[in-house]
Write a protein that binds this ligand. Structure first.
Ligand code: IPD
Ligand code: CA
Ligand code: CA
Length: 271
């Protein structure tokens, strides 16, 4: 049995993640000024040198403090420390398409699992200087102020958000059926292009609910802790407890959750 990290270690883990996210955020902002090179992973899935550089800076910073920890990062996959109970799950730039077009909705996302449970999450939006943080059992914060989900309890009065995966052209499970149903039930739907920020905005009560299919663990590891600690609910489409490895996610203020699940299951022609 491995002992849980004590409070001073948790503090150090959090401050390391915060510093890494801020370093990466300034790397991203520097690239918006100096320009960057864009490559295509697939026809609509982009990657830039900003993604790779930011990722490198995050891993270097964390590794300097915790040399034996394991990493799962979007651009380089799984790395080192496979026997470590600590796994850092990193998206150095969530919202690459936005970033590449100069649309300032993107962030750095850093989550930390300890023995398979998400222990903390840090999401930094460098364009607005908004730092979202949460530690298991200690609440969620935005720039140090406590966060709470909204109290909207009716789907018809809810502002929802969703997203679409890069294989939207190839897969029948493309979320368009769910989108069409929610468009007729919710007050409004947004598609921001950053799943990590979508989760933080649910935590902050800016959105009432978020759903998406075909997400990756680095999109949601940090944001899911932030929603949970802000009093929100997170499940898969069947209402089971969220696994960040399970691809589908529903996050809400809790009050509209069952109503969202009902719509998702009515619309589920391609589940
Ligand atoms: C994407 C964003 C987007 C979501 C996609 C993700 P990326 O991440 O989070 O909102 O709809 O599914 O892949 O590629 O910008 O890091
Ligand atoms: Ca992402
Ligand atoms: Ca990314």
């Amino acid at each position: 049995m491995i002992d849980s990290p004590n409070s001073s270690l948790v503090e150090l883990l959090l401050s390391t993640a915060v510093t890494a996210a801020k370093i990466a955020g300034s790397v991203l902002l520097d690239y918006t000024r100096s320009g960057f090179h864009i490559e295509h992973k697939s026809p609509i899935n982009l990657v830039t040198d900003a993604d790779r550089d930011a990722e490198q800076c995050i891993i270097e910073h964390i590794r300097a403090q915790f040399p034996h920890h394991a990493f799962l990062a979007e651009e380089r996959g799984r790395e080192q420390g496979s026997s470590s109970p600590y796994l850092w799950i990193i998206d150095p730039l969530d919202g690459t398409t936005n970033f590449a077009h100069g649309y300032p909705i993107y962030c750095v996302s850093i989550g930390l699992e300890y023995c398979g449970r998400c222990l903390l999450g840090v999401v930094f939006d460098p364009s607005r200087n908004e730092l979202f943080t949460a530690v298991d059992g200690q609440g969620a914060h935005l720039n140090g102020h406590p966060l709470r989900v909204s109290d909207t309890n009716d789907l018809g009065n809810s502002l929802l958000v969703t997203g679409f995966a890069y294989d939207i052209r190839e897969t029948p499970r493309n979320n368009l059926d769910h989108f069409a149903k929610f468009a007729l039930r919710a007050q409004g739907i947004r598609r921001t292009g950053s799943a990590a920020l979508d989760l933080c905005y649910v935590a902050a009560g800016r959105f009432d609910g978020f759903w998406e299919v075909r997400l990756n663990p680095w999109d949601i590891a940090a944001g899911s802790v932030i929603v949970r600690e802000a009093g929100g609910r997170l499940t898969d489409f069947l209402g089971n407890e969220l696994s960040i490895y399970g691809q589908e996610l529903v996050a809400s203020n809790g009050h509209i959750h069952d109503a969202m699940l009902k719509v998702l299951n009515e619309a589920a022609s391609h589940r």
